[in-house]
Every structure is written in structure tokens, then in C-alpha cells.
Write a protein that binds this ligand. Structure first.
Ligand SMILES: Cc1cc2nc3c(=O)[nH]c(=O)nc-3n(C[C@H](O)[C@H](O)[C@H](O)COP(=O)(O)OP(=O)(O)OC[C@H]3O[C@@H](n4cnc5c(N)ncnc54)[C@H](O)[C@@H]3O)c2cc1C
Length: 548
């Protein structure tokens, strides 16, 4: 072993959870180090859309959103169910707003309400049809200096010369359909020109969030050691007292006088763990989480005696297995003129339901893969991924098998191996319902959420349009995810628990390394990052309080 060094606090993993925890302990006066396995910081956080679901925070209240702790608690209780303790749920709702205020104080991050982006179950008690999610405003990446070069890349880069927010996507999809689409397209260029004229290097979404957190750590003097994976936790006298790491081939014990925070993300890229804990078919090909998230902190915590929870679940989303990387199929699925069909050629789900629910249904009913059926009318109307309306789908989408096309429904059915008569009957039935503007079979369009990524110019329902104009298309849909949501079991203070409910001294966990406060559900846009930052902050506060 190369040697031993000592800090008050060691944080493992430089994503939203870890960077928030490290900021909190450092600003509380504790000598803190952050170790990161990858050659870049930011993890999945940097790749993300950076929607953040933290009810009742200052940003929302300043924007006039009529949220309260009570409303949010009622909503969360209804969404999350009894599996998550009221104490943890309420710790999230209590400390979430404080975490947002803390980040606005100690980092260059500034947030804005994602106006109109509904909670995912807005009709439940306490739910909000206009939403309570926030996202970062554009960050001037110049604040990162040389550290910008070590920021993990985005999942989908915004086009050069634009400043795009997550809330813009809804309108950009409708650029050929709605005047606001064109207005937003103009605005994203105008925003860029204004900021560039001031010498700024604007970044948004996950790049802004991870970059802003990193800038906070620079200001707080926290070293972030890249290429330094946690190998194992180190215990002394029955407490966790440090981490064993490797850097440049040499192993180092980093002792932690106060505590270790495991924030090393989920296990989405660990084939063995996925097969052990999750339902088949499963693997690592359909996730879009950061490559370095292989569950190391979860397994190390388990070796130290921790209980695990929610390991069978993930932050699921239907994906199209496009060449290179799966595509998280969001607006493409909910815009009118699409249906999902199973191997029998039948619909089986509300295609516009929250992404996690659609995949839960795919697994429960065994419809893997399934297909998204559309037509040329849909192609003519909407942006698809980054492909403008009317343009042909790329050739390699066909050659990879992710997409097939045919001039008849029967031909399409033959190409995907479903019964032609059944597919024709499904489409005829759906078309009649779409023309009437109601989906009595699966209630697509009944929730305000379904209409968010829909087409207000489509009548009579913004969510339903017939599939009628050849050629017809079928996209393969597989159950993918943004990352896993199971991990170390924690209490309301983010302390890691043993199976008997006792606390493992010196060990905290937050983010996707811990079992999610959302349980098996997904309350609204940002339900992974909001809790990740909140419990990172809670861990930091608890360590600081215990240290005094
Ligand atoms: C394309 C995309 C879009 C998304 N959009 C949203 C969104 O809008 N809102 C939302 O709430 N969520 C979103 N998510 C999900 C969200 O990004 C993640 O759930 C969240 O970032 C998890 O945060 P984390 O801090 O737990 O993990 P991460 O951000 O993944 O950070 C974990 C870090 O730990 C490091 N690590 C792993 N193993 C070790 C080890 N052995 N030693 C040291 N370090 C280690 C990793 O390299 C990584 O840097 C999205 C995800 C993706 C991929």
C-alpha cells in the first residue's frame, strides 16, 4: 500500500449527491476530500436534463407556485406508498428546500421553475398540474477554469450556438406545428448570442448542474481526486473509518476521522448485479447512466454490513436501441400519432404515462421488446430526437434493426413478427378513438401529465392522432433506464443501516448508491436529483452536527 492520508470526511463519487455532501461538510469547517473513480467528474448528473423535484423551495415560492410542506407531503404519501417511512419522506421535504437555498448561496448555481411541467400524477391529492420542478439557469463555464476539461459530457449536446433548457424541448418538438415552437427556437439562439457577447461560455442542464457544484467545491477548497476508485470501506472498532482507494496503480488508505459518504451512483453498468437483483431480460445495454456506475459503493457497504433496498427497481424509461446509444423515448412516444403494441399486435399501456410506469408494465406483462408504431404524418409533423420534421430517418436506424418501415400495415406486421390482422384491428380501433378524442382502453390523455409532451394544435385531443399515412414505421422499444434506484438502506439522517435497523457508525449514503426515497415510484421531473442533493446535504449536516 502506498500510504495513508487522513481527512475529517471522505466522499465517494463526484455526482450531484457526492458534490453536495462534500460542499456541506467543507462549508461546515470539516477537512473534506472527494474521490472519483472516472477520469471525469459529474457522473450521470452531468449527462442529465437536471430537472430537480424539490417541493416548496424558495425558487418555486418566489415564482408564485402555491406549494406548501403539507401539500407536498400529501402528494408524496399518495405516490410513494407505505414502503418509504414518513420520517425519510418528511426529511426530504424539510431539507430539500434548505439544500436548494444552500446551493444558491455557496455555488454559482441559480435555478428557475420549469413552469407547466406537471407532477407525474397531478390528479392525486397534493399534485400540481403546473408542476413543482426546477432546473439550473445557464452557467458560465468560465467559472470552472481548467476543470471544465474534466466535466463528464452530456447525453445529448445542445446544437452549437444555442442555450437550451429542458423546458424548451416541449416546444422545440412542435417547431413545425405551433408558433411558440418557432419562438423558442429563436429564443435559444438569442440567449446564446447575448451571453456569448458578454464573453460567457453558457452551459445548461446537467452540464450546468455538475459544473456549478464543482465550482462550489473549488471555492470551498475541496480536492476532487479523479481516477481514484473506492476499492473497499475501511473499518476500525466497529465503525467505518475510511476508504481504500487506488490511484496510478498504488493503493492508498484514506482515513476519515468523522465519516465516509458513499455517493458512487447506481449499479446500472454491472451486468452481474443486474442479473442477480433484477428481472430478466436485463443487462447493461439499455441503460444511459454513466459508464462508471458499477455499484462499487453498494457492494462495499454491503460488505460492511449494510442492508440493501429496492434493488429490483430502476429509474426506468422506454428506450429505442439506436446504434451507438439507446435513445430515451420521451416526447417521441407521447406526441400524437404513435401507439405501443406487444407481440400479439395489441396495445397494452397508456403510451404517454410516466416513463417508469410504462417499463413497469412492460416487465409485469412480459411485453419485451414491444414496438412503437407510427406513420409518415407523424414524421412530417414533429422533431424526433434531433431530426427535424419531414427528414428521412437515418439509414443506420434501419440497418441496426431499431426501425422498420413498410407501405402497408400487413407488411410492417410481417417485418416485426406480429399477426397482421391483429395489428390492423388495433390501428383501426385506435384511429376511431383518436378521431373521437378519447382513449377508453388506456386513458391516454386523461391526465394533465399526458398532455405535456403532446400537440396542442392536434384536435380533438392533443394526445391522440390516427395512424393513417403510409409508409408506416415500427420502432423497437426496450426497457431502459437512467440508472438504478436500489442501494444502501438509509435513515432520515442519511445514515446507513444494517438489516436489523441499527446504524453503521461513520457511514452515510446518498443518491443512487442508496435506496430511493421515491420507493418504486417517480413523483415528478427531477425525482432522482432532488433527493440525491437533499440527502447529500442531510449527510453533510449530520456529520457536521455530530462532529461538534
Ligand atoms: C440522460 C439522462 C437524463 C437524466 N435526466 C434527469 C433529470 O432531468 N432529473 C433527474 O432527477 N434525474 C435525471 N437523470 C438521472 C440522474 O442523472 C441520476 O439519477 C443522478 O445523477 C444520480 O446522482 P448520483 O450523485 O447518485 O450519481 P452520479 O451523478 O452518477 O455520480 C456518481 C459518481 O460516482 C462515481 N463512482 C462510481 N463508482 C465509484 C468508485 N468505486 N469510487 C469513486 N467514485 C465512483 C461515478 O464515476 C460518478 O461520477 C438523468 C439521467 C440521464 C443519464
Amino acid at each position: 500500500m502506498a500510504g495513508t492520508v487522513e481527512y475529517d470526511v471522505v466522499v465517494v463519487g463526484a455526482g450531484a449527491a457526492g458534490m453536495t455532501a462534500a460542499l456541506t461538510t467543507a462549508r461546515s469547517g470539516l477537512n473534506t476530500v472527494l474521490v472519483e473513480k472516472a477520469s471525469v467528474y459529474g457522473g450521470s448528473t452531468a449527462r442529465s436534463g437536471a430537472g430537480i423535484w424539490v417541493p416548496n423551495n424558495d425558487v418555486l415560492l418566489a415564482a408564485g407556485v402555491p406549494d406548501t410542506f403539507g401539500k407536498a407531503d400529501t402528494y408524496m404519501a399518495a405516490v410513494v406508498g407505505p414502503e418509504v417511512s414518513a420520517a425519510r419522506r418528511q426529511a426530504f421535504l424539510t431539507y430539500g428546500p434548505r439544500a436548494i437555498a444552500y446551493l444558491q448561496k455557496w455555488t454559482p448555481l441559480r435555478f428557475a421553475w420549469m413552469e407547466g411541467y406537471p407532477d407525474y400524477y397531478p390528479e392525486l391529492p397534493g399534485g400540481m398540474p403546473d408542476g413543482r420542478s426546477i432546473e439550473p439557469l445557464a452557467l458560465d463555464a468560465n467559472v470552472l477554469g481548467g476543470e471544465l476539461a474534466h466535466l463528464n459530457g452530456p447525453y445529448q449536446a445542445s446544437p452549437p450556438g444555442t442555450v437550451v433548457y429542458t423546458v424548451d424541448y416541449r416546444w422545440l418538438s412542435l417547431v413545425a406545428r405551433h408558433p411558440r415552437g418557432l419562438a423558442v427556437a429563436t429564443e435559444i439562439v438569442w440567449r446564446y448570442l447575448q451571453l456569448a457577447a458578454q464573453g460567457k461560455k453558457p452551459v445548461t442542464m446537467g452540464q450546468a448542474l455538475a459544473g456549478g457544484l464543482r465550482a462550489g467545491l473549488i471555492a470551498a477548497g475541496v480536492p476532487v481526486r479523479l481516477n481514484t476508485p473506492l476499492l473497499d470501506l475501511h473499518s476500525e472498532d466497529g465503525r467505518v473509518a475510511g476508504v481504500l482507494t487506488r490511484h496510478d496503480g498504488a493503493e492508498t488508505l484514506i482515513r476519515a476521522r468523522r465519516a465516509v459518504v458513499v455517493a458512487s451512483g447506481g449499479f446500472e453498468h454491472n451486468e452481474r448485479m443486474r442479473k442477480q437483483f433484477q428481472a430478466a431480460p436485463i443487462g447493461t445495454d439499455w441503460t444511459i447512466g454513466a459508464d462508471s456506475n458499477t455499484g462499487d459503493g453498494i457492494e462495499a457497504g454491503q460488505r460492511a454490513g449494510a442492508a440493501l433496498g429496492l434493488m429490483d427497481d430502476a429509474w426506468w424509461g422506454p428506450m429505442i436501441p439506436l446504434p451507438g446509444e439507446p435513445w430515451f423515448c420521451l416526447s417521441e412516444r407521447t406526441l400524437p400519432g404513435t401507439i405501443f403494441v406487444n407481440q400479439a399486435g395489441k396495445r397494452f399501456v397508456n403510451e404517454a404515462a410516466p416513463y417508469s410506469d410504462v417499463v413497469h408494465t412492460m416487465y409485469e406483462k412480459g411485453h419485451i421488446p414491444c414496438w412503437m408504431i407510427t406513420d409518415q404524418d407523424y414524421r412530417n409533423r414533429y422533431l424526433f430526437k434531433d431530426l427535424a420534421p419531414l427528414l428521412p430517418y437515418p439509414a443506420d436506424w434501419y440497418s441496426s434493426g431499431a426501425l422498420v418501415k413498410d407501405w402497408t400495415i400487413g407488411g410492417l406486421a410481417a417485418k416485426i413478427g406480429v399477426p397482421a390482422a391483429a395489428l390492423s384491428a388495433t390501428i383501426s380501433r385506435f384511429n376511431a378513438q383518436a378521431r373521437a378524442g378519447r382513449d377508453p382502453d388506456f386513458h391516454r390523455g386523461d391526465s394533465a401529465y399526458d398532455a405535456y409532451f403532446a400537440d396542442p394544435a392536434n384536435r380533438p385531443s392533443p394526445c391522440l392522432a390516427p395512424i393513417w399515412l403510409p409508409p408506416y414505421y415500427a420502432f423497437t422499444i426496450v426497457p431502459g433506464d437512467l440508472g438504478t434506484k436500489g442501494g444502501l438502506t438509509t435513515d432520515a439522517r442519511a445514515r446507513v443501516l444494517r438489516p436489523d435497523g441499527t446504524v453503521i457508525g461513520g457511514l452515510y449514503a446518498a443518491g443512487n448508491a442508496s435506496a430511493a426515497v421515491m420507493g418504486h415510484s417517480y413523483a415528478g421531473a427531477g425525482s432522482t436529483l432532488g433527493p440525491a442533493m437533499t440527502f447529500g446535504h442531510v449527510a453533510g449536516l449530520d456529520i457536521a452536527a455530530t462532529a461538534r
